[in-house]
Design a protein. Structure first.
Length: 95
């Protein structure tokens, strides 16, 4: 079994979400294209966040084939791809 890869900015994103009153469950070990974070928002909704490292080149931030498949199969659910704490907080604010 391979260790799950965690983007370098995930810890910062989780800290910002927690500071904003969110509940965060780490899903990055699930695999199969499942997004990295399940976030319970202060407005009592759930969203999913796929974390990509904004410091990497755009080609290295692309969704993997498993992630693309998962997103397609769950179209209509609130799934956001974020590259920073600010983007994660904007996603929360939209919900």
């Amino acid at each position: 079994m391979r260790a799950a890869k965690v983007d370098d900015n995930q810890r910062q994103i989780v800290a910002a979400l927690l500071s904003a009153g969110c509940r965060v469950t780490l899903l990055h070990r699930v695999g199969g294209g499942v997004p990295d974070l399940l976030v319970g928002t202060p407005s009592r909704r759930f969203i999913l966040l796929e974390v990509k490292d904004g410091a990497k080149s755009p080609s290295r931030r692309e969704l993997t084939p498993d992630q693309v498949r998962w997103h397609d199969q769950h179209a209509g659910f609130p799934v956001y791809v974020v590259t920073s704490a600010e983007a994660a907080l904007r996603s929360v604010a939209e919900n």
